[in-house]
Design a protein around this ligand. Structure first.
Ligand code: FAD
Length: 317
């Protein structure tokens, strides 16, 4: 289970790669080619998302089985409650259980396409907390359960009329309920202000959350995607990041190089705080995630990648 790696109490840096199910068969084969190469860098685990509204359920199941049993990497499946009566949840869980997969990222999920608010499906769950409780009641300790944490607070709670600090505290208290119900690990929503993440970890510790809190790092790969994603997740963008991106926003190569530079600096700061786990949202792209891992460790033995990536990085210095 992944919590063993996430709680390892030594100096090793533990990292993981997240992927999403591609839309075409060729895309799936391409993804596995990439995954094979990335797994050679020894991630603690890899995970595969559950498409919004359950749209990729079958494909996510197929991919996670292949990851665990053919790529032979410790694998985690995301599972959401959107459009999922409990029978479908149990079908997904028993399928992965019978394939030896022990890690689940238990999520509520976003509202189905075209709807503003999350609506509990008949016979389904209202929130990730209910899913965690169900998994522990039904499957005991078989699964290692990870849940999502929000360093800036979840947008739903921010929008429900409470003052920002009260909303943030309420979100933290709810996160603690997910952990108390049986979650072993927290992976965070993406962020670009590392201080916000470090404060979040501290705030979690203050209220008695003791499990590993793994920062979710999303390298900036292109400007439009970055603006879309941060807009969707309501992520704060530090002014220096916007200022750096503005003059290069039409130059994809320069944006990617800056994304690597920023991700590297974020990871270095996180490691300097004593945290040893990093979760990379790869967006199914190989190079930025690998480059960050290489550059954040100046003495990395992977000289080949260091040389390969020295050129784009220099272009932003
Ligand atoms: P929950 O934990 O249920 O709650 C979300 C928020 O609602 C809480 O933070 C809290 O503010 C409020 N809330 C809910 N219930 C209560 C309660 N009982 N009491 C008080 N407050 C409550 N989406 C996908 O569709 N597929 C994926 O694969 C996927 N992967 C993700 C991976 C990570 C690491 C993260 C951070 C998010 C991911 N998401 C994914 C997005 C996620 O589904 C959305 O952010 C969704 O809106 C909330 O899911 P959750 O599990 O955090 O919800």
């Amino acid at each position: 289970k992944i919590q063993a790696a996430a709680s390892a109490n030594d100096d090793r840096v533990v990292f993981s790669f997240e992927f999403f199910p591609p839309k075409t068969e060729d895309g799936v084969e391409n993804l596995f080619d990439k995954m094979e190469r990335m797994v050679a860098h020894n991630p603690a685990f890899c995970d595969i998302t559950w498409g919004a509204g359950g749209s990729t359920a079958d494909l996510t199941l197929e991919i996670v089985k292949r990851m665990q049993n053919m790529v032979c990497v410790e694998s985690m499946m995301h599972l959401t409650c959107t459009n999922m009566p409990v029978e479908k949840i149990d079908h997904a869980l028993t399928t992965i259980k019978s394939n030896g997969i022990q890690n689940v990222l238990a999520l509520r999920g976003d509202p189905p396409h075209g709807q503003d608010k999350f609506v509990q499906v008949e016979g389904g769950f209202a929130c990730a907390l209910d899913l965690v409780k169900h998994m522990r009641a039904q499957y005991g300790d078989y699964f290692g359960i990870t849940v999502a944490g929000y360093p800036e607070g979840h947008p739903d709670i921010i929008e429900n009329g409470l003052a920002p600090e009260a909303a943030y505290q309420s979100d933290l208290a709810y996160l603690k309920k997910k952990v108390d119900a049986g979650a072993d690990v927290i992976i965070t929503q993406l962020f670009y202000d590392t201080d916000i993440f470090l404060k979040f970890v501290n705030d979690c510790r203050q209220i008695g959350i003791t499990c590993p809190i793994v920062p979710g790092i999303m390298p900036i790969n292109n400007y439009k995607g970055f603006i879309r994603m941060t807009g969707f997740c309501k992520t704060k963008i530090p002014s220096e990041v916007m200022e750096a991106l503005e003059p290069i926003k039409d130059n994809e190569e320069a944006v990617r190089a800056y994304g690597i530079h920023l991700g590297t600096e974020m990871c270095k700061k996180i490691l300097a705080s004593g945290i040893r786990t990093l979760h990379l949202y790869t967006l199914n792209m190989e190079k930025s995630a690998l480059a960050i891992l290489v550059f954040m460790r100046p003495r990395s033995r992977d000289k080949k990648l260091q040389e390969e990536w020295a050129v784009p990085l220099k272009s932003v210095e």
